[in-house]
Write a new protein. Structure first.
Length: 136
């Protein structure tokens, strides 16, 4: 199958002998405290969060507000809302998706250092509440 040109080009590829060995991976920025494997896993696991952006964003913020009510006080539109009311809040939905979208952009571009720094600052607030099972 295929045209004569495509058949002949595939023959040329194999005529020269074995393929050259793959290039080594580019070295990571030494300021990033992750090895290439950890960076890979962070980027791949983030895709699960990004695919479920609406639910993940809302879950992240509600968990943050539950564990640290003083943070909720920074948003006048959310101060008096219960957890159920927050789940239905268009304002919180838009805010949380916007922040998660910014994180998605940063991770997608490979700026892992920025994300790691953010996670270290906010990690104690988020705890372990955002898991794959909460995204389903």
């Amino acid at each position: 199958m295929g045209s004569v040109a495509s058949k002949s080009s595939s023959r040329r590829k194999h005529k020269g002998g074995p393929l050259p060995p793959p290039l080594p991976p580019k070295p990571l920025d030494p300021r990033i405290k992750l090895d290439p494997k950890e960076k890979f896993y962070l980027q791949k696991s983030w895709k699960t969060v990004a695919r479920n952006e609406d639910v993940a964003a809302m879950t992240m913020f509600i968990s943050l507000f539950r564990s640290s009510p003083e943070i909720k006080e920074k948003w006048p539109q959310l101060r008096k809302l219960s957890e159920d009311e927050m789940r239905g809040s268009p304002y919180l939905q838009k805010l949380s998706v916007r922040i998660l979208g910014a994180m998605d952009h940063v991770i997608g571009k490979g700026y892992v250092k920025v994300v790691v720094r953010w996670v270290h600052k906010t990690g104690p607030f988020l705890g372990q509440s955002l898991t794959v099972s909460t995204l389903k």
